[in-house]
Ligand binder design. Structure first.
Ligand code: ADP
Ligand code: MG
Length: 252
């Protein structure tokens, strides 16, 4: 992997919580246009690393570069403005607001005005067309007028994905996009991520190894805050150290 096509790089990234190293010297290189999966046993540091990459946590030490630019310690809004979006959590949805209204609000916020709840109907209508397109893209076209709170779980997750796409990110970060889903929703989400990755770079934390196998170009395995292995799925899956790390854990 050449330096030039790395969209995101970390150098010796460390995050300590009261002396405990949750992320311990991680060098990560995410190539532009790829789907890059972060996997590892519980407690390996995946979520902490994810929060470092999105600026939700500042590293204790180490550096982070986005497209060659040093972004170490940038707050989440600043990272977001550089084209990085993370999936929203279900809990951030407003139960009474329709799917379309959520998208309109996200699109309006993306224009730089901040997330203002009280924007005139007329101004919001400027975003309706794009909102409906994004809902179509994630398979929610027919549910545009449904209150978010009434959507089944899998479709709430699709709505979160549409919300992150509203920012038209170059880099999309997904934390366990299929967590808690039944088989049917998992398959739908894999197909969906397969579509939305076009023209983008995706980093995802994912437990489901068949999801990783079908989507990821590169897999980084974390263990106790360190990179244990990295490479294409087939190679990583066959790595004796990885098998060892997963002994007793589920691995497909
Ligand atoms: P994973 O997502 O891979 O399961 P996490 O990144 O959530 O792992 O956690 C890695 C380690 O860091 C765990 O041992 C966890 O208990 C610890 N940890 C995570 N967040 C905090 C925190 N805010 N304060 C203290 N310890 C934390
Ligand atoms: Mg986690």
């Amino acid at each position: 992997m050449t330096r030039r096509n790395a969209l995101l790089r970390t150098h010796g990234l460390v995050k300590e919580f009261r002396g405990f190293r949750a992320v311990s010297g991680v060098d990560l290189s995410v190539a532009e246009g790829t789907v890059h999966a972060l996997v590892g046993p519980n407690g390996a540091g995946k979520t902490t690393l994810f929060n470092l990459l999105t600026g939700f946590l500042a590293p204790t030490s180490g550096r982070m570069e986005l497209d060659g630019r040093d972004v170490t310690g940038f707050p989440p809004e600043r990272i977001a403005r550089l084209g990085v979006a993370r999936s929203f959590q279900v809990t951030s949805l407003f139960p009474q607001m329709t799917a379309r209204e959520h998208l309109e609000l996200a699109l309006q916020a993306g224009t730089g005005g901040g997330r203002r709840l009280w924007v005139s109907d007329k101004r919001m209508r400027a975003f309706t067309g794009r909102a409906l397109e994004l809902l179509d893209e994630v398979g929610l076209g027919r549910l545009a007028e449904r209150a978010a709170g009434s959507l089944p779980y899998g479709q709430k997750r699709s709505l979160e994905l549409a919300l992150s796409l509203a920012l038209d990110p170059r880099l999309l970060l997904l934390d366990e996009p299929t967590a808690g889903m039944g088989l049917e929703d998992v398959e739908r989400t894999v197909a969906l991520i397969g579509r939305i990755r076009e023209g983008r770079t995706v980093v995802m934390v994912e437990h489901n190894m068949s999801v990783v196998g079908s989507l990821a170009d590169t897999v980084t395995v974390l263990q106790r805050g360190e990179v244990l292995a990295e490479g294409p799925y087939a190679q990583v899956k066959a790595d004796p150290q990885v098998i060892e790390a997963y002994l007793g854990a589920e691995v497909a």
